[in-house]
Design a protein around this ligand. Structure first.
Ligand SMILES: [Zn+2]
Length: 403
């Protein structure tokens, strides 16, 4: 069986090994060594990557107690190779994982919230707790976890023969059916739990722990957290974003929330005033549309195409122009789509739903409605001018037939 050097020293990055077997596998070869510094994925932590001699190691897994290194080239059985892990990747994963132990311990100690799920990826890390937690509780646990980081506590690993040997240990979680030897990871004066993964030697290596999000998840809480360089990168990127906003609005970073609040208020005021202006303008535009309406038998037809008018204004204008015995079809090209509204005034004898199938067919859009108002949208504005002319001819003809 392969000697697992990562169990003895989580900071050993390279070693010399003898190749025990080499079997071809999907996209490469599976290599077994007499000893290895490569951690196979486990305990929620992704595997190491790196090099074995000239070969690249893309993934490492454990199967039936054996460790297989997936390489991109074959290695001669019996040969000696030097293996080296991608240390930046391993150290980042250890920072997150040891941070996870401290967070799990802190939430358990403060609120008896148990970790029931841990996901560690190259770009995110989450823990699921079995309790709903408030923002204040999350902040309190984050603070406690960081206080263990700042004490720079030693992290140790010990092996025990069987479950009997660990039953009296103050473990955060007692699991059953563990395969001996049972590996226990302890953080002095803080957490103790079973874990198969390599960890930081001292909690100070974690750097800092930051919980970015906490949300309800399956009746409990899922937190998304960042440790070490990930926390620094997050802060750097958000700080630079904040700086960019501050520069744009010529204010200090600290004042950005106030400026954004004021902008939001200003936009609401402007929208209100724009709605009022539009309503007033619609009055004039409706009068123009009516003056140019086509008389068709006893009724009038208005068809008009606009550019850039949104759905709410289009509807307001159509209704404003819907005078007695009048049918109005307004269309608007907006962001590459065609919007349309069909509306009728008092004394118009037919329901708009009787005309909509023909309008939808001509525009290639979908829409509906009944009574005096219908609306629709088409995904393209190709040939809209011609379509508008066709629809006007159609409505004039149909309306002329109304007795
Ligand atoms: Zn663990």
């Amino acid at each position: 069986m392969t000697k697992r050097l990562y169990d003895l020293d989580s900071h050993q990055t390279e070693t010399t090994s003898t190749v025990l077997s080499c079997v071809s596998a999907d996209n490469g070869f599976d290599i077994v060594l007499d000893q290895t510094v490569f951690f196979p994925e486990g305990g929620g932590q992704p595997s190491d990557t790196g090099t074995l001699g000239e070969a690249n190691v893309s993934h490492v897994r454990e199967e039936n107690g054996e460790i297989y290194h997936r390489t991109d080239r074959a290695l001669a059985v019996g040969s000696t190779v030097s293996g080296r892990i991608d240390w930046a990747r391993r150290f980042d994963l250890m920072q997150q994982h040891t941070g996870e132990h401290l967070l799990s311990f802190s939430f358990y100690k403060l609120f008896e919230a148990s970790n029931i799920g841990f996901h560690l990826a190259l770009d995110y890390a989450t823990i699921d707790f079995d309790k709903q937690l408030t923002h204040d509780q999350v902040v309190e646990a984050e603070q406690l976890a960081n206080s263990f980081v700042w004490k720079n506590l030693p992290v140790s690993t010990n092996f025990y023969e069987d479950e009997e040997a660990v039953k009296d240990l103050p473990l955060r979680k007692h699991s059953e059916g563990l395969t001996p030897p049972i590996r226990i990871v302890s953080i002095e004066s803080a957490d103790m739990c079973t874990c198969c993964a390599p960890h930081c030697d001292k909690t100070g290596e974690i750097g800092s722990i930051f919980i970015a999000d906490a949300c309800n998840y399956k009746g409990g809480t899922r937190i998304n957290f960042f440790c070490g360089e990930r926390a620094l990168r997050l802060y750097r990127s958000q700080h630079d974003d904040m700086d960019g906003i501050a520069r744009k609005y010529s204010c200090s970073r600290e004042n950005v929330p106030n400026v954004v609040r004021k902008l939001s208020d200003d936009i609401a005021t402007l929208k209100k005033s724009e709605r009022e202006l539009s309503r007033a303008l619609n009055g004039y535009m409706a009068a123009e549309l009516l003056a140019a309406a086509t008389q068709s038998g006893k009724h009038r037809v208005i068809v008009q195409l606009y550019s850039g008018m949104d759905a709410a204004r289009l509807k307001d204008l159509a209704q404003a122009a819907s005078a007695e015995k009048t049918i109005v079809l307004l269309l608007s090209e907006l962001d590459g789509r065609l919007l349309y509204v069909l509306s009728t005034g008092t004394g118009f004898p037919q329901d708009v739903s009787e005309f909509m199938p023909a309008v939808n067919a001509a525009t290639g859009g979908k829409g509906g409605g009944r009574g005096t108002l219908a609306q629709g949208t088409a995904p393209s504005i190709l040939g809209t001018v011609e379509t508008t002319a066709q629809l006007k001819d159609y409505l004039v003809k149909r309306v002329r037939e109304i007795k």
